[in-house]
Design a protein around this ligand. Structure first.
Ligand SMILES: [Zn+2]
Length: 345
């Protein structure tokens, strides 16, 4: 039976082209060969020097190569997201497979039990994957109809009992890292291949909205937002339609922001059902991961595993998570500098 329109994709045979039986039959050497294929696709897995690009490299010892040009040594993961990995290739492959099968996201604790590795090992691995997937946003330019909205998350603070002791937390001086806003922009074209751009900001405000549309939306696109004043200026950049939610959720011509709001409900489900809390310092990574899953929800688990393998083998070593448990960790994100070209923290 082939996939039919209207049937939920996850119920169709096409979504499950890589069952667990196939995964467990893969030997460590074969897993290693798979990583080589994704690292060096142009040479079908033959080593290419990551330092100078020379093809003439020879095996120095098991799984280490030496370049005959620049004489430097490297391995299949040198310079990639999985550089300095401690896990076997099979376990890294299994982690990717388990992660893509969990459509709402994969908790690190769950991964650590399944792989039989320490929690912190699973946590770092899952964040290296999230970071690599989030990098796709750097060059993203959305087209067609683009719906844009903000969703606040985190940081419920119980108000003081007595009214005179309560403070107005909407005021800037009372804001802290405990409450942030996801600015999300989502293409709507009905094709099933729609991209979602996310960016974490402190609050919905005009400069952030403007810079994000300027840099990540094609000038030919139509931007649809609600009536929030931070979107009022966007008409200076793009064709802009606003839906006044205090009047109706949809204008007479059918304009609405339902598409971006269904992405927000996916964030909410991942929060309630999987992760239980999002550390706000790493909030951007969680949200980028959820957006990637949303955009690729109609791909099979084998296709998704391949996409993740490309992302981790072709993106550079994480500055943020390499040596994380030796004291390296990402700097606190800067959510204020909107003129700097967007790059994930
Ligand atoms: Zn070289």
């Amino acid at each position: 039976m082939k996939y039919q329109d209207g049937q939920h994709f996850l119920m169709s045979p096409e979504c499950r082209d890589m069952p667990i039986r196939q995964l467990v039959q893969i030997e460590e050497e074969e897993a290693y060969a798979i990583f080589r294929q994704f690292r060096w696709p142009a040479t079908s897995g033959d080593p290419v020097c990551p330092h100078c690009g020379v093809l003439d490299c020879y095996a120095l010892r098991r799984r280490a190569f030496k370049c005959s040009g620049c004489r430097r040594e490297f391995s299949v993961t040198s310079g990639t997201v999985f550089a300095f990995h401690k896990l076997s290739f099979w376990k890294m492959l299994a982690a990717i497979w388990m992660s893509v099968n969990a459509v709402k996201g994969k908790a690190a604790l769950h991964l650590s039990r399944e792989l039989g590795v320490q929690y912190k090992t699973a946590w770092v691995l899952s964040f290296k994957i999230k970071e690599a997937l989030g990098l796709r946003r750097v060059d993203m330019k959305l087209e067609g109809q683009v719906q844009m909205d903000g969703k606040y998350a985190g940081g419920h603070i119980k108000p003081e009992n007595k009214a005179e002791e309560r403070i107005d937390r909407r005021l800037k001086k009372y804001q802290n890292m405990k409450r942030l806003c996801v600015l999300a922009l989502r293409e709507k074209n009905g094709s099933g291949f729609e991209r979602t751009f996310t960016r974490i900001v402190r609050e919905e405000q005009g400069d952030a909205a403007w810079a994000t549309v300027r840099d990540h939306v094609s000038r030919d696109a139509t931007v649809v937002t609600d009536e929030h004043p931070s979107y009022a200026d966007l008409a200076g950049l793009n064709e802009h339609r606003q839906v006044n939610h205090s009047e109706a959720y949809q204008t007479e011509d059918g304009t609405n922001t339902n598409h971006v709001e269904s992405f927000f409900s996916r964030i909410q489900r991942a929060y309630v059902g999987i992760h239980h809390r999002f550390s706000l310092k790493y909030f951007d990574y969680y949200v980028a991961d959820i957006a990637w899953r949303e955009d690729n929800r109609r791909k099979s688990n084998g296709q998704l595993a391949a996409l993740v393998l490309f992302a981790v083998m072709l993106n550079p070593t994480s500055r943020n998570f390499c040596g994380y448990w030796q004291g390296n960790s990402p700097p606190d994100p800067d959510f204020e500098d909107f003129d700097r070209p967007f790059a994930p923290a």
